[in-house]
Design a protein around this ligand. Structure first.
Ligand code: AMP
Ligand code: ZN
Length: 451
């Protein structure tokens, strides 16, 4: 399997550093509200990635953090006058419900930031001891960006060239340099009851330190793969690298992958622009998690995807076509032509998750099964579904076609392929006499209970 690494800007083989297992860290939600489907574009991309890794024969250990302390969660909790944990609990639960609705496989660990404050303090202490972090007059602790020579390597920005300008602009700040970022934020009155004691006084961790501390706790100081939406690349992921590598002296992450944005009318879908839909909004409008998953899975993760209701309507039609075909397929030894489509599918998935190409192989399989008959094809759909997660998931149960009718359908598909129309008509009548009706279209035959 090969993937595009944002760090090297190359497509590279994805191989486990150790134990045949890919250790994967995915930046999770800030639980101050319901996640929108832009966020779910990132989580569905990570789900497809996780499934693809397993599909290609490797194991995976995934960690996704829950950001349950930051400016937004504190503001929300204090506005409602409830403790922070109580405020974030309902959004954590909603998040897990939404994951299920989209058939996203659960990560192995979902660490919450508020359960790992000691680990974060320990990491900040290490950075202070090494002289790469300092407490400023405002009592907050900052990472000294110029002390980490690799700063900018993920975003591919040469900060050395820009440093003089930054220092001039820094005069109005408590920080030595505007690029310096907070590791520990000193308590402010607006934080209300939220705060933890630390060697630097009462306060709370910065957002970036959360991910460095929790990823290293559960995945080790050097691990395989780290992902997120492209907006996380800078500064969040750049800062994660600086914190981790300055503390350990070891490379932090081998491969970084980022998905492009879900857009609405050319702009990023986001809470701040107000142009967002939550999963709940769409479910209320009558769309299913399965249809939404289909839209998110079928695009290339590195291309921007424009959200539209037309795309959801197309998903419904495409899924109906898949369902009708899968209904007519049986288990058993797959024919060679179906195995060829599976090979094309696997190659596309292994080629940096080229899902548009993988779906082309899926639809070619549908087309061929409709015209050649679906004997032995069910298992091929199931194998593809290990990555897709929308073929079997959330389907309305179809009336079970009895084996005798299936046999006649296969025979009829063969007769039609041989242009033996008389035989085809005779078989249709025979199928009808068993209580089932066949319809022909250019996609092939579909069979439903006689009405
Ligand atoms: P946040 O809760 O804002 O930290 O975002 C959680 C995840 O969703 C991160 O990986 C973001 O990069 C990602 N994300 C946010 N908005 C979008 C969007 N419109 N399209 C794709 N990913 C997004
Ligand atoms: Zn993160």
């Amino acid at each position: 399997m090969e993937v595009y690494n944002s760090l090297t800007r190359r497509v590279e083989a994805l191989k486990p550093i150790s134990n045949g297992e890919i250790r994967l860290y995915t930046c999770g939600p800030t639980v101050y509200n319901y996640a929108h489907i832009g966020n779910f574009r990132a989580y569905v991309f990570e789900d497809v990635l996780r499934r693809a890794v397993q599909f290609s024969g490797m194991k995976v250990r995934q960690v996704m953090n829950l950001t349950d302390v930051d400016d937004k969660t504190i503001r929300g909790a204090n506005a409602e006058g409830v403790p922070l944990v109580e405020y974030t609990k309902k959004y954590k639960e909603a998040f897990f419900e939404d994951l299920k609705k989209l058939n996203i496989q659960p990560a192995e660990v979902y660490p919450a930031a508020t359960d790992h404050i000691p680990e974060m303090i320990a990491l900040v202490e290490k950075l202070v001891e090494k002289g790469v972090a300092y407490q400023s007059d405002d009592k907050s602790v900052y990472f000294r960006v110029r002390s980490f020579p690799g700063y900018g390597k993920l975003a591919h920005i040469d900060f050395d060239a820009q440093r003089t300008g930054l220092r001039c602009a820094a005069d109005e700040y408590d920080k030595e340099n505007v690029g310096d970022f907070a590791l520990w934020k000193a308590w402010e009155p607006s934080d209300g009851p939220v705060g933890w004691d630390s060697p630097w006084g009462r306060g709370r961790p910065g957002w970036h330190i959360e991910c460095s501390a929790m990823s290293m706790k559960y995945l080790g100081e050097t691990f395989d793969l780290h992902t997120g939406g492209i907006d996380n690349l800078f500064p969040h992921h750049e800062n994660e690298i600086a914190q981790a590598e300055a503390a350990t002296g070891k490379p932090f992450v081998k491969t970084w992958m980022h998905c492009a944005h879900l857009k609405v009318n050319g702009e990023k879908m986001s809470k701040s622009l107000g142009n967002f839909y939550t999963l709940r909004d769409l479910v209320e409008k009558g769309y299913t998690g399965r249809e939404i998953r289909y839209v998110l899975v079928s695009s290339h993760y590195r291309s921007a995807l424009n959200f539209s209701f037309d795309a959801l309507a197309d998903a419904r039609t495409a899924l109906q076509r898949i369902d009708a075909c899968v209904d007519s397929c049986t288990a058993g030894a797959p024919p060679d032509w179906a195995l060829k489509r599976l090979e094309e599918f696997s190659a596309a998935v292994g080629d940096d998750l080229n899902m548009p190409k993988a779906l082309a192989a899926l639809f070619e399989l549908v087309h061929e099964a409709n015209s050649r008959g679906g004997a032995g094809v069910a298992g091929v759909f199931d194998r593809m579904d290990e990555v897709l997660g929308f073929v079997r998931f959330g389907r309305k149960p179809a009336a079970e076609i009895p084996p005798e009718v299936r046999r006649l359908l296969d025979e009829r598909a063969a007769a039609r392929a041989a242009k033996d129309w008389a035989r085809s008509d005779a078989l249709r009548d025979e199928i009808l006499s068993l209580g089932w009706q066949v319809k022909d279209s250019k996609e092939g035959q579909t069979c439903t209970l006689r009405t």
